[in-house]
Design a protein around this ligand. Structure first.
Ligand code: SF4
Ligand code: SF4
Ligand code: SF4
Length: 275
């Protein structure tokens, strides 16, 4: 029983290793072995620390993966891993870098691990989670439609570059990555303070949620409530950074596609009803 609880980090490590080895061999590129092994080890380490009840387990993974992607892949290797980078590689017909990243972390991966990306890897949230409003202080606003505008704007921007046959798009993508990130951080921090909610950017603006939300609806990995144990105290909903009603086990639970699997509800349930 003691050993069984460590199965999840082991499975996660094996999944990432399988992706790493497959891509390394099929693409004949050692980078994929390093990249996905690093991410797999970071996530498994976080899960291991979480099981050991280490308070900062999630934050450690967030920093290990987020900084690696932002600093190493983005700034040093000049890979635009933002949504514009995804459109760029998609339009050039190249299945590598951002397209692989999106396929694994944001389009198909959420069918298994929901919005784990948002809780454990995103370099935007890595910074936002340091802000003071970990628990939202105000009710959710009905302005989630902004994400679709941001999504369309990113697609139009990259399409326009291709249609206008602009030269050296790769260089533009690098600057788009720097400016895009600065914009995300600026807007994210401003919104967090304005709405007294660290995750306001994630809830209303982030264009990537257009991919993340539909797939995470079907997520294999999700927090479930044992109705026999639950005393309807409401603590889980109050503490949830994403306003999820985790006491409802149906797929249609309120804000269900917003769950970032941070496990704050699980840790804080006085009756151990969540797992
Ligand atoms: S919603 Fe967007 S900004 Fe927020 S954690 Fe997810 S990917 Fe990052
Ligand atoms: S915190 Fe636990 S007991 Fe309270 S409502 Fe949530 S699941 Fe039920
Ligand atoms: S507190 Fe629970 S329901 Fe809310 S995002 Fe975290 S894991 Fe999901």
């Amino acid at each position: 029983m003691q050993k069984k609880k460590y199965l999840l980090p082991l499975i996660m490590l094996l999944i990432f290793e399988a992706v790493a080895v497959t891509l390394w061999l099929t693409k004949d590129n050692l980078f994929y072995l390093f990249n996905f092994s690093y991410i797999g080890i970071s996530i498994s380490l976080g899960l291991f620390l979480f099981i050991r009840k280490y308070k900062y387990a999630r934050r450690i993974v967030q920093l290990l993966v987020g900084l690696y992607m932002l600093v190493y892949l983005g700034l040093i290797c000049s890979e635009n891993m933002q949504i514009e980078g995804f459109w760029y590689y998609l339009f050039t017909g190249v299945f590598e870098a951002a397209t692989i990243h999106y396929a694994v972390a944001k389009i198909f991966g959420p069918l298994v691990f929901g919005r784990g990306w948002c809780g454990y890897a995103c370099w935007t949230a890595m910074v936002l989670d340091f802000l003071p409003y970990k628990v939202p202080q105000r009710p959710r606003k009905k302005i989630g439609w902004i994400r679709y505008v941001a999504f369309a704007a990113s697609l139009i921007f990259v399409s326009a570059l291709f249609l206008a046959k602009v030269g050296n798009i790769e260089r533009i993508m690098f600057f788009a990555f720097i400016i895009g990130n600065a914009l995300y951080y600026g807007v994210g921090v401003a919104l967090a303070f304005a709405f007294k909610d660290n995750r306001a950017f994630c809830k209303y603006i982030c264009p990537i949620t257009v991919f993340l939300k539909p797939a995470s609806y079907f997520s294999l990995l999700r927090v479930k409530c044992d109705k026999e144990k639950c005393v309807s105290c409401g603590k889980c909903k109050k503490i949830c950074p994403m306003d999820v009603d985790v006491t409802d086990n149906s797929r249609k639970r309120e804000n269900g596609t917003e769950c970032i699997l941070c496990m704050e509800c699980v840790k804080n349930c006085p009756k151990n009803a969540l797992k």
